[in-house]
Design a protein around this ligand. Structure first.
Ligand code: CP
Ligand code: NVA
Length: 308
């Protein structure tokens, strides 16, 4: 079964093939991401279940549109409305859904839920974000960087802020795509040491630099994300804002990166918290290209999972 659960366990050649395929599918549409006019219909006759246990705009819409463009059909399911949200096990849900659909994408809380779904499904499962990682986002981000600046291998990527799920997938990607990754943030919000260890063991070069100004020196790409993720308690908001204020991506911080350094944010953003609107809407920001590329990258991921 070809699941797409995370970047690190996926072979490097397959990841590269998916990025190149995504780019080719995007190019074939001639700058028109919208519409159902793809010549190829590799998902013709296939049904895809999209399960959300957390809110979503980009993941939900880009998967739904991507499946339809490739000739397949979707079913968007809210975890709360399923028996899953009322005590049915993940394993039984996976076995049942596998009798109806050809592919399952799930956005959930615990990593364990995703793993149990994958273990018990007899169709491919895609990780649409967990508390731990967000691999589809980073596939789109790699694609976006390379579209604008060429190969990401050997480049310096600096993450400023919370060492969260999106950072974790950047860490995975640094091992697979060969870029240098710098984390800058307050110690209590450091990335999971187990994730860092696994990435380093796989050859990643990941540094932690506390001073954000020193960290972004020479950066080719500066990235941030919300200071309070969907799985974080709202009660942590004030503390996190105090801890992270010094790591805001603003014009002064971007000024220390290379002059052509790109700025990325997976969105949704809290404007003027983790990044200023000046940076988000500035000439080096590619945030809406990232959002569009979710569509193209996930189409390639789904085709890889289905061998289609
Ligand atoms: N970036 C991202 O995954 O956005 P959504 O939460 O809107 O899906
Ligand atoms: N870190 C954020 C990403 C949202 C796409 C969250 O998990 O809420």
């Amino acid at each position: 079964m070809t699941h797409f659960l995370d970047i690190l366990p996926t072979p490097t050649d397959d990841l590269r093939t998916m990025i190149d395929h995504a780019r080719a599918m995007k190019d074939a549409r001639g700058g028109r991401p919208k519409g159902m006019c793809d010549d190829e219909k590799p998902l013709d006759g296939r049904m895809v279940a999209l399960i959300f246990e957390k809110p979503s705009t980009r993941t939900r819409v880009s998967f739904d549109v991507g499946v339809r463009q490739m000739g397949g059909q979707t079913m968007v399911l809210s975890g709360a409305d399923m028996q899953l949200g009322h005590g049915e096990t993940i394993a039984d849900t996976a076995r049942v859904l596998s009798r109806y659909v050809d592919l399952i994408m799930i956005r959930t809380f615990e990593e364990q839920t995703l793993l149990e779904m994958a273990e018990n499904a007899t169709v491919p499962v895609i990780n649409g974000l967990t508390n731990r990682t967000h691999p589809c986002q980073i596939m789109a981000d790699i694609m976006t960087f390379e579209e604008h600046r060429g190969p990401i291998k050997g480049r310096r990527v600096v993450w400023s802020g919370d060492g969260n799920n999106v950072f974790a997938s950047f860490a995975h990607a640094s091992a697979r795509f060969g870029f240098d990754l710098v984390f800058t943030g307050p110690k209590p919000l450091d990335p999971d040491p187990e994730i860092l260890a696994a990435c380093r063991e796989a050859g990643a070069n990941i540094e932690i630099v506390r001073d954000p100004m020193a960290a972004v020196e020479g950066a080719d790409l500066v990235v941030t994300d919300t200071w309070v993720s969907m799985h974080d308690p709202q009660s942590a908001k004030e503390r996190r804002h105090n801890q992270l204020r010094g790591y805001q991506v603003n014009a002064e911080l971007m000024g220390r990166a290379k002059p052509d350094a790109l700025f990325m944010h997976c969105l949704p953003a809290h404007r003027d918290d983790e990044a200023t609107s000046e940076v988000m809407d500035g000439p080096n920001s590619v945030i809406f290209d990232e959002a569009e590329n979710r569509l193209h990258a996930q189409k390639a991921v789904m085709r890889w999972c289905l061998g289609a």
